[in-house]
Structures are given as structure tokens and as C-alpha cells.
Design a protein around this ligand. Structure first.
Ligand code: PEP
Ligand code: MG
Length: 580
């Protein structure tokens, strides 16, 4: 039995057999398969070889057209390697004799081959790069196969991978994938957000879990405490089965809150909304007692495919959300593509520093036809319903002005075409970059609402990558600098009569609820499953108590003091949240 601690990012306990997905960029661990699976591994290898060959032939053809025949001849060596009978026999023998995966056979055989080249005269040693190239290509095709097979499972599994992209997580078979554990990732990475949205228990940031588990092992995932156990003993298994039952009971104990208003003990009404990625999540928002959608991450219409959604695809998705929300508000965020949320075609041409690159509103303003299509769909879908348009990652006022002018332009087109649409839609911005938070007073004059995105605001204020497990302990909204920005944005909103909501992950973290109330926040938008706990805190406290929490927090200089103070306060108010 092996026990590992990571970051629990999606609650729940899962116990199941595991499927491990390797990553071509890292060492492939020696992973065994049952004896009768060798043929399956060989078939996978054959498929990966033929796919790789086709890719190289296509590349060679394009190179001939662009640069000429001579340059394209470099690919002959690659093709020769893939056709090499001696190498193929080595792959085959390794799979058969070692009962290992095709990935492991490819990595070990080609590494040994590369070493032979290194010992050769200089002009041949250069070839080693080509061997690594082929290794990478074969591994990419092999791991791609296993990721794809996750979409068509016939039995329940827990997935273990080095990392997953948000589109991979979103495309998974929801019925059979019972849990996720990854080496990489942080609490607010989009993969974590999707796992929560799908209700799949998940633990990330485990560093080396892919080397500790082998396909077929039984694994336990505890998404609340961030624990993963490989090959548990009977006693441990029973203990976790009990914990799973307790967690389900606790969640059900909050069901009664669904119909009750989010109102403090002294009568202050708070608006609780849900964050969604897919239209069908509106059901969860309503079932959990949310009043509407405070953040619709529309980029998920786009992820996982190479085809851009048409105006009609956008329109149909928005209509569905608006209808399901009935009279509740719907805040549609325009495409927040880029950073870790990229389409397949952009994945092939990565930016050097994507979180500081051409993402979100920047990407849309550089791709106007795409942006216009989405704006048209939003304006058309909003003819009835309380719909708002939200621009992500605005970092400078010119971007806002350009986007607003585009909205006016699109509305004029629709008017001329006689297409029913809404021309006075409320427009807001995400406040998730320090420059925008610091300039909130100027922005307030030109927007109808602010939505504070603490996931990115923390990342950009503290210079901590939200998805990097190695700096995960530094990623916290309890940093006094972050709290100061949040306080100022809320205060500016109050002074200038601009409504402020907060839709980062802390909106759903009960440890932050009193602090945010005390800072003046009256609109929270969070993952649907978190709504009941936040409501429970709101209904258990007074505004006076919350103001005192905010006052006390402002006296601390370190995030550690703030975190332990907030935990102590909520433990006192709601001890049942900590029923461990
Ligand atoms: C945020 O940054 O806080 C936010 C809500 O947006 P996302 O998590 O989609 O980046
Ligand atoms: Mg963001």
C-alpha cells in the first residue's frame, strides 16, 4: 500500500481500478500489463507507427512544396527508423518478455539506440536528435490513443496522468470515470475546475503518482483531504467506504437549504449564483439553490475540437442556459481562450509564455470575425431574460472600449438586417489583473458591473502560476496584497454604483465567506456543488460578525496568519463542516 498527499480539488471518495496515462515529455516508468494483453500493446504500437509514418509523409510533402526536395530528404531517416525491422523486433521482444506497455518498450529501445549513435563519429552522433524526435512522435501517438480511449470506456476507472488539459477532462466519459489523480496542477487550474463541475473526485499536484501506480491497481482517491492510496489493504478500504458514505450524508444534509434564501441572521440578502462550463450544469445550479448563472465559461463550446462553433452553435447554447435559468440572471463571458485553455490547433503552436500571451480578450480582438460571431449570438439570444455580457482578462481600458464599440457595431448590423436582438445589454469586465483592479475607478465609469476573478488575480498579483504544483503553497487569495485589491474593487463599486460579484474559486470556499461579506461583497458566483455550504455560512452569521472578521484580517501581514484565523472562525461557526 502506498499513500500520497496532494491537493484535493474536487470532493468525494472514489475507489476503483486505475488507468495510467503516460506523458511523452517525461520519463516513461516501467509499467506492466497482464500477459494476455501483449497483443493489445502490439496492436497499439502498430497503429502508432502507421500514424507517425503518415504524419511524416505529410510533413515531407509540405516541405518539398515550400523549400524543395533536398531539404525534405531529412525525413527519409525518420521514415527509415519507423520501417526498421530490427528495431521493430526489439519493440516486440521487449513487450513480450517484460510484459510492459508499448510506451515503455518504445522509450527503452529508442533510448538504447540513441546511446549507440552517441558513441559514433560526430556526423552520425547528430542523428541522435532524429531518434529522439521519432521517440517523441511515437509516444505522442500512443498516449493520444489512451487519452482517446477514455471517451469510450466500458468499465469504471480512476484516471492517473501526469497532467490533463481542460479539454481532455471535459471530453471524458462522465459515467465511467470515477476519479482523477495527476502529478501536476493546482487548486484553481481549469482541469480542477472541470473535475468539480463534473462532480468527479480529484487530487492534483501529487508529483510522481504516475510512477507509483500501474494500470489495473486498485486506487482510492479522497478529494477532500487530497489523499491517494495505491493498492489499499482491506481495513483501509473499509475505512474509506465509510468516509464516502459520511460525505454523501453530509451533502444530503444540506439539501434542505435549496429553497431557503441566502440571508444573514440580521437580514442582509446575498445573491448566490453558479459558475458553469456547459449548459446542462444549470440544473445543478438550480438544484443546489443558486439563483442564476454568475459566470458562463463559453470557451468550453470551443475546446476539444478544431472546429470553431458557428453563430448558431453559440446561439443554441445560450438559449438553453437562458431558458433553464427562467428569470435568474445569466452572465455570459466571451471566449476566454488561451493560457491553459487552447484549441487543438493552438496546442500545436504553443506560445512561449501563454499566461502572459495572446489570451482572452486579446485573442478575440485579434480575431474579430470569431468575436463578432459570438457577440451576435449573445445579442440575439438575449431578447428576453436577464442576460449580461462579460469580457475576460481586460488589462487596459482601450481593450474595453474596442470591445464595446464592436458590440455597438454588431447591434447596428442586426438592426439593419431586422434580426431581433437586445441593444442595451449590460456590459461588465472580469477584474483579474492588478492593473484593472488598481484602475477600477476609471473602469467603473464605462461598465455596468465588475466580476472579480480571484483565480487569475492571485496568479498575476503574486506571480504564481495557478496550475503549477511546485508553487501551489504560494498560491493563496489570503495574501494581504490580494485582499487589498479585492477590498478596493468592492469599495469602488459601492461608491460608483457599479455592481460587484466575485466568481473565483474562493467564492465557493466557506472559509472565505465571512471575510468577503465583511469586505462588502453581496454577489457570489461559485461552482454549483459549493452553493449549499456557502449559503449555510451566510445563514449562520451576522453582518456585524463578518465586518469584525474583515477588520481583524486587515491587521495581519501574512497569508499564513489570515488562513489559520479564517479557518478557526468558520470552525467555530460551523463545526459540522470539519467532521473529519
Ligand atoms: C478567475 O480567473 O478567477 C475566473 C473566474 O476565471 P477562470 O477561472 O475561468 O480563469
Ligand atoms: Mg480568469
Amino acid at each position: 500500500m502506498i499513500q500520497k498527499k496532494g491537493i484535493g480539488v474536487s470532493p468525494g471518495v472514489a475507489i476503483s481500478q486505475v488507468v495510467v496515462i503516460d506523458n511523452e515529455d517525461f520519463d516513461i516508468p516501467e509499467r506492466h500489463v497482464p500477459v494476455d494483453h501483449a497483443q493489445n500493446e502490439l496492436d497499439r504500437l502498430d497503429q502508432a507507427i502507421s500514424f507517425s509514418k503518415q504524419e511524416i509523409l505529410d510533413l515531407q510533402k509540405r516541405t518539398v512544396e515550400r523549400i524543395g526536395k533536398e531539404a525534405a530528404s531529412i525525413f527519409d531517416f525518420h521514415l527509415g527508423l519507423l520501417d526498421d525491422k530490427v528495431l521493430y523486433k526489439k519493440f516486440k521482444d521487449t513487450i513480450h518478455s517484460g510484459h510492459v506497455t508499448a510506451e515503455y518498450a518504445v522509450a527503452t529501445v529508442l533510448r538504447a539506440y540513441a546511446r549507440e549513435f552517441l558513441a559514433m563519429p560526430q556526423y552520425l552522433a547528430e542523428r541522435v536528435k532524429d531518434v529522439y524526435d521519432i521517440e517523441k512522435k511515437l509516444l505522442r501517438n500512443l498516449t493520444g490513443q489512451s487519452r482517446q480511449s477514455l471517451a469510450h470506456l466500458t468499465r469504471d476507472v480512476i484516471v492517473i496522468a501526469h497532467d490533463m488539459t481542460p479539454s481532455q477532462t471535459a471530453g471524458m466519459d462522465r459515467e465511467h470515470i470515477k476519479g482523477i489523480a495527476t502529478d501536476a496542477g493546482g487548486a484553481t487550474s481549469h482541469t480542477a475546475i472541470i473535475a468539480r463541475a463534473l462532480g468527479i473526485p480529484a487530487v492534483v499536484g501529487l508529483e510522481d503518482i504516475t510512477t507509483l501506480a500501474t494500470g489495473g491497481d486498485t486506487v482510492i482517491i479522497d478529494g477532500v483531504h487530497g489523499t491517494v492510496i495505491v493498492s489499499p489493504g482491506d481495513e483501509t478500504r473499509k475505512q474509506y467506504e465509510k468516509l464516502a458514505r459520511q460525505q454523501v450524508e453530509f451533502v444530503h444534509s444540506l439539501d434542505a437549504l435549496q429553497e431557503l434564501p441566502a440571508v444573514t441572521k440580521d437580514g442582509h440578502h446575498i445573491t448566490l449564483l453558479g459558475n458553469i462550463e456547459f449548459p446542462e450544469e444549470v440544473h445543478a445550479v438550480r438544484n443546489k439553490g443558486g439563483e442564476g448563472v454568475g459566470l458562463y465559461r463559453t470557451e468550453f463550446l470551443f475546446l476539444g475540437s478544431d472546429t470553431e462553433p458557428t453563430e448558431e452553435d453559440h446561439y443554441q447554447a445560450y438559449r438553453e442556459v437562458i431558458e433553464l435559468c427562467e428569470d435568474g440572471p445569466v452572465i455570459i463571458r466571451t471566449l476566454d481562450l488561451g493560457a491553459d485553455k487552447y484549441t487543438q490547433s493552438r496546442a500545436r503552436t504553443p506560445e512561449r509564455n501563454p499566461f502572459l500571451g495572446c489570451r482572452s480578450i486579446r485573442f478575440c480582438l485579434q480575431n474579430l470575425p470569431l468575436f463578432r460571431r459570438q457577440i451576435r449570438a449573445i445579442l440575439r439570444a438575449s431578447t428576453d431574460g436577464d442576460v449580461h455580457m462579460l469580457f475576460p482578462l481586460v488589462s487596459n481600458i482601450t481593450e474595453l472600449r474596442q470591445a464595446k464599440s464592436l458590440v455597438r457595431d454588431v447591434a447596428e448590423d442586426l438592426e439593419e438586417e431586422g434580426v431581433p436582438h437586445r441593444h442595451d445589454i449590460p456590459i461588465g469586465i472580469m477584474v483579474e489583473v492588478p492593473s484593472t483592479a488598481l484602475q477600477a475607478d476609471a473602469f467603473a465609469k464605462e461598465v455596468d458591473f465588475f466580476s472579480i476573478g480571484t483565480n487569475d488575480l492571485v496568479q498575476y498579483t503574486l506571480a504564481v502560476d495557478r496550475g503549477n504544483e511546485r508553487v501551489a503553497p504560494l498560491f493563496t487569495a489570503a495574501h494581504p496584497a490580494v485582499l487589498r485589491l479585492i477590498r478596493e474593487v468592492i469599495r469602488t463599486g459601492q461608491q460608483q454604483d457599479v455592481s460587484v460579484s466575485l466568481c473565483g474559486e474562493i467564492a465557493g470556499d466557506p472559509e472565505y465567506t465571512m471575510l468577503l461579506l465583511g469586505l462588502g461583497l453581496r454577489r457570489f458566483s461559485c461552482t454549483p456543488s459549493a452553493i449549499p455550504e456557502v449559503k449555510k455560512v451566510i445563514r449562520s452569521v451576522t453582518m456585524q460578525q463578518s465586518l469584525e472578521v474583515a477588520r481583524q484580517v486587515s491587521r495581519f501581514d501574512s497569508d499564513k496568519e489570515i488562513t489559520s484565523y479564517l479557518r478557526a472562525v468558520v470552525r467555530k461557526v460551523l463545526p459540522e463542516l470539519y467532521n473529519e
